[in-house]
Design a protein around this ligand. Structure first.
Ligand SMILES: [Mn+2]
Length: 477
């Protein structure tokens, strides 16, 4: 049978444009029957964009243009893919083409101008970066002498310290969508930077027989869902330890609230509250997906700079009882990487384009053996055999990673050796997924899964994109 374009549209319509995974499946089937259809490639590219498979999205848009170089939507898709991959110059070239062919298209013009702005800004940043020694924002702050206005009735640190009372008040304050005083925010950031900088790149902890830890995946600025986790699973404490596995910020509109809450708990319980870096705790991602804009809107550009410095000190991996290894993304582009290699990573930087630090933040598992090109266009995908060899060489039982939205909030793959956990339910207000967290007990180190659903809309009703840059949105051209 021949799958017509209208059929596919109606399928997508039925699924309310939510079921992108299915859309990809249908377009792939359609392409098997009709491999020279530029529109199918272009449409599948859009579905890949929606599921954050920017590498695949770029490949499909490129393919669509190979088939039909006059297919204007193909240029749009390729530009969007390149934007998402941080390849702004390549994106600009395609936006130029669109604007030339459609001079009256306002949306295309807006995107061209915004992309042009980013390209210029990047060039400027590069130009000034060379003749300026990187100084910490902390050196230019005089936090002691920042005054807290008399009319501020929100939470304050007690004698400069985060306390249980402060944390409870701060979470209540954030719940009402009120802003923590900038002095308090700076106090937290400076203290947490010092604390994180003392940690190794691979954190190693021991759980006693009777002890339990909760591992959470991506939270992505979904503050109300974070509060829900604490409601369901108890507030963090010495006897209720947590590990949050990266991607705390971006996407959701309450990234500032999420990250200040997590940093506060890190200060309160430094040995029993753990944070690992995700691929979104980076400048490139924060610029595109909302966090930089959010910090600028709620505070200042200078405060974003300090966040960026703090993120660079987040550890990259954690090992429990020498048996379970946790990281945000996954395993490596080459065999033979040892835990000792991870200990030696100099992490105080923006992640490189390749190598173990990049892989820890970016890679994904795949069902087939071996390794493949990344669907995201960064790092790689690793198969069950790769996982098996890595675990054997390092005498580990299994890995826990996050980084991918899963319908059930978690997924067990590679014969139980690779576990994914994701804690942002109804991701971006549209994915319809559950969230999950994992309990791990010292006695057996078996993962025990707990699922939960979204509590509220994450994005402001009048800001459907939150603070994310509109360039990443496809309009119907
Ligand atoms: Mn991620």
């Amino acid at each position: 049978h021949y799958l017509k374009k209208q059929d596919i549209y109606s399928i997508m319509q039925q699924h309310g444009y939510k079921d992108y995974e299915n859309a990809i499946k249908y377009y792939s089937e359609a392409l098997e029957l009709n491999p020279s259809n530029a529109i199918y490639y272009s449409n599948r590219s859009l579905a890949y964009l929606r599921t954050e498979c920017y590498g695949y999205a770029l490949a499909d848009a490129t393919k669509a243009l190979e088939i039909d170089k006059n297919y204007i939507k193909g240029y749009y898709r390729r530009a969007t893919s390149n934007m998402a991959l941080g390849k702004f110059k390549a994106a600009l070239k395609d936006y130029e083409t669109v604007v030339r062919v459609r001079p009256n298209d306002k949306d295309a013009k807006m995107k061209y101008q915004e992309c042009n702005k980013i390209v210029k800004q990047k060039a400027f940043e590069r130009a000034i970066a060379s003749d300026e020694i990187k100084k910490s924002v902390v050196d230019s702050l005089d936090i002691e002498n920042m005054t807290i206005e008399d009319d501020y009735v929100g939470p304050k640190l007690e004698d400069g310290n985060v306390t249980v009372k402060f944390m409870e008040e701060m979470m209540e304050w954030f719940k009402d969508q009120k802003k923590l005083h900038r002095k308090c925010a700076y106090q937290i950031l400076v203290q947490v930077k010092d604390l994180l900088a003392k940690l190794p790149s691979l954190v190693e902890i021991t759980l006693k027989e009777t002890e339990k830890i909760t591992i959470c995946g991506d939270t992505h600025g979904q503050f109300y869902d974070l509060l829900n986790i604490f409601k369901l699973n108890g507030l963090p404490s010495e006897s209720n330890p947590y590990l949050f596995n990266g991607d705390f910020v971006d996407r959701g509109s309450f990234s500032v609230e999420v990250i200040l809450t997590l940093f506060g708990f890190k200060l309160l319980y430094p040995n029993d509250f753990h944070l690992l870096r995700g691929n979104h705790e980076t400048d490139n991602m924060n610029q595109m997906y909302g966090f930089e804009g959010e910090v600028k809107a709620k505070y200042t550009a200078q405060m974003f700079q300090l966040f960026s410095e703090v993120f660079q000190w987040l550890p990259l991996a954690q090992c429990i009882n020498n048996k379970v290894l946790i990281m945000h993304g996954g395993l490596f582009s080459e065999d033979g990487i040892t835990l000792d290699d991870l200990r030696k990573i100099e992490r105080n930087r923006q992640p490189p384009d390749s190598g173990p630090m990049c892989d820890l933040l970016w890679s994904d598992p795949q069902p087939q053996s071996g390794r493949s090109i990344s669907k995201r266009g960064v790092s790689c995908q690793f198969g069950p055999d790769v996982t098996e060899r890595f675990l054997e060489q390092n005498k580990l039982d299994y890995i826990v990673r996050s980084h991918e939205v899963k319908a059930e909030g978690y997924e067990v793959t590679h014969s139980g050796k690779c576990v994914t956990v994701f804690s942002a339910p109804n991701y971006c207000d549209q994915m319809g997924n559950k969230g999950a967290y994992i309990h791990l007990r010292g006695a057996d180190l078996k993962p025990e899964f707990h699922q939960f659903t979204a509590v509220v809309q994450q994005l402001h009703a009048n800001r459907p994109l939150g603070y994310q840059r509109p360039l990443l949105v496809q309009t119907n051209i």
